[in-house]
Design a protein around this ligand. Sequence first.
Ligand SMILES: Nc1ncnc2c1ncn2[C@@H]1O[C@H](COP(=O)(O)OC(=O)[C@@H](N)Cc2c[nH]c3ccccc23)[C@@H](O)[C@H]1O
Length: 336
Amino acid sequence: MALRSMRKARECWNFIRALHQGPDAAPVPQKDAVKRIFSGIQPTGIPHLGNYLGAIESWDPTILRQSILDMTAALLACGINPEKSILFQQSQVSEHTQLSWILTCMVRLPRLQHLHQWKAKTAKEKHNGTVGLLTYPVLQAADILLYKSTHVPVGEDQVQHMELVQDLAQSFNKKYGEFFPVPKSILTSMKKVKSLRDPSAKMSKSDPDKLATVRITDSPEEIVQKFRKAMTDFTSEVTYEPASRGGVSNLVAIHAAVAGLPVEEVVRRSAGMDTARYKLVVADAVIEKFAPIKSEIEKLKMNKDHLEKVLQVGSARAKELAYPVCQEVKKLVGFL
Ligand SMILES: Nc1ncnc2c1ncn2[C@@H]1O[C@H](COP(=O)(O)OC(=O)[C@@H](N)Cc2c[nH]c3ccccc23)[C@@H](O)[C@H]1O
């Protein structure tokens, strides 16, 4: 079982999506011919705006088990279709940790110690981070490479981890012959949704300031309250100037993304409005976007058997893809 020994017990939650081919097709994507898209999210809470638009503090196992099902419900409600994508629980596919060990032997300690997330998280934990936390990005590399993924949709905070994945794929190929595609990150225009309370920081599930993060299951009242309290500046006009007006620009970017409009159009439509009123307009747009997702989550959560079945089927399909790749890797390195 891949238990992610980060500050909280984190099992990683992954879904993979094979485009232009069914999961039964050849698992080795040809250069530029086939895209295989892979991504992941930790089931440590309800996804927030950042996760949506753009992922062991002695966690009780019962809570973790429940969070896994809640995250499944949330991902399905957000539109992940298990007929098209393979939605699965990483810890059900043991090949992830097997490949991770092989990759761990190919990376030098300082490479991991210099990663921003390790530095930031371990600083918060008074430099008492576990080895699991340190090697977590290698497990993430195994998640991606195990499916010979070509594209990985992530937020900006994962770019450095993606560089490690690319380096590991290249080093492996150099040593054992061309085997892994070098996967590319897919960054959307919302690659970094900022905290509503501090536009210099990213919106994060673990932010201690509850007003900083909008969860997709928040009630309309909570959403209004969070946007009302969002940090802006002393200029009342609505403009998009991310470098000098981070707060209001974050609101404009969120508004444009949830309304499916270009930023310029959103700014044009808010001409003459002051930021106080504009915050309520953005809150309304977010409420409208999340309403159907929220009700779908509630519906799905009532059917635990269905959620468990989706995961069971997904994990079996993922295993079918992972097993032969892992066997090939073992042959290449001499384990078999
Ligand atoms: N404020 C934000 N703005 C924009 N995007 C954001 C914001 N906050 C989070 N994200 C993105 O959401 C995804 C899931 O976040 P996690 O922290 O669970 O994400 C994580 O902790 C990963 N280690 C999970 C993982 C494990 N294996 C993988 C393989 C491929 C891709 C991802 C993974 C991520 O894409 C993250 O970049």
